[in-house]
Design a protein around this ligand. Structure first.
Ligand code: HEC
Length: 192
C-alpha cells in the first residue's frame, strides 16, 4: 500500500483556559495545525534526538572516552549504530504507522548513494539550506498523482565525529567537511 496515499488526519487543538476565572471570553477556542507547523515540530524532535545521540552517545564514547566504535555492521560487531542508521530505523518505524508523513536524510555528497536527492524539490531544497544558514525550505510537491507539503532542513556537522567519520570513509565523495558545515538535509513529506 502506498503510504503517501494516506490522508493526514486533521490535527486540531483545543485551547482551554486553565483558570476559568481569568477568562472572560469563551472558555475554549479551536484551531488547526498547518503542515508547516507539523513539519517544523517533527523536525525539532528529530534534530534534537539526532544531536543528543551523536554528541552524548557516539562522540562521547568513540572520541572522548574511546570505549566503543560506531560502525555500519553494529549488530555483528557489537558496536554502536551510526547516527544515520538510527535515523533511518526511526523513520521506517514511524512510516509503518501510516500517519501520512515520511522523512529521510539526504545529501549531495552521500556515502550511501541511496541518500542522493532525486526530486526537483529535494535538489533545490538541499542547495537552499546549504546556502542560507538557519533557513528552511518549503514547497508543494506532486509525485505521481499524490500531493505533498515537503520541507527541507539543514543537517549540520554538530560534532567532531560527524566530519571525521565522513571525511575518512572510503565511499565519501568529500574529505574536507568542517565542523558546523551543512552536510546534507532532512526531508519531511506530508500528504495533502
Ligand atoms: C561513525 C561514522 C559516522 C558518523 C559519526 C556520522 N556519520 Fe553520517 N553517515 C555515515 C554513513 C556510513 C552513512 C551512510 C549510512 C547509510 O545510509 O546506510 C551516513 C549518512 C549520512 C547522511 C546521508 C547522506 C550520506 O552520506 O549517505 C548525512 C547527511 C550524514 N550522514 C550527516 C552526518 C552528520 C551531520 C553527522 C553528525 C551529527 C554524522 N553524519 C555522523 C557515517 C557517519
Amino acid at each position: 500500500m502506498n503510504i503517501y496515499a494516506q490522508r493526514v488526519p486533521a490535527l486540531s487543538i483545543v485551547a482551554c483556559c486553565a483558570a476559568a476565572s481569568a477568562c472572560s471570553s469563551p472558555k475554549s477556542t479551536s484551531g488547526s495545525i498547518s503542515p508547516k507547523l507539523m513539519a517544523d515540530a517533527l523536525h525539532a524532535v528529530m534534530e534534537s534526538d539526532r544531536t543528543v545521540y551523536t554528541k552524548f552517545v557516539v562522540n562521547r564514547l568513540t572520541k572522548e572516552e574511546k570505549v566503543i566504535e560506531a560502525t555500519e555492521h553494529w549488530k555483528d560487531e557489537s558496536t554502536l549504530p551510526l547516527p544515520a542508521q538510527m535515523f533511518r530505523m526511526g523513520a521506517e518505524m514511524a512510516s509503518a504507522k501510516q500517519l501520512g508523513f515520511t522523512y529521510s536524510l539526504l545529501s549531495k555528497w552521500p556515502i550511501n548513494k541511496q541518500n542522493t536527492p532525486r526530486t526537483e524539490v529535494e535538489k533545490v531544497g538541499l542547495d537552499f539550506v546549504a546556502e542560507h544558514k538557519g533557513e528552511n525550505y518549503y514547497a508543494e510537491e506532486v509525485l505521481g498523482d499524490a500531493k505533498y507539503f515537503t520541507a527541507v532542513y539543514a543537517d549540520t556537522a554538530v560534532a567532531e565525529a560527524c566530519i571525521s567519520c565522513h571525511n575518512d570513509h572510503p565511499d565519501s565523495p568529500r574529505e574536507d567537511f568542517v565542523l558546523n558545515e551543512v552536510m546534507g538535509g532532512v526531508v519531511i513529506r506530508i500528504a495533502r
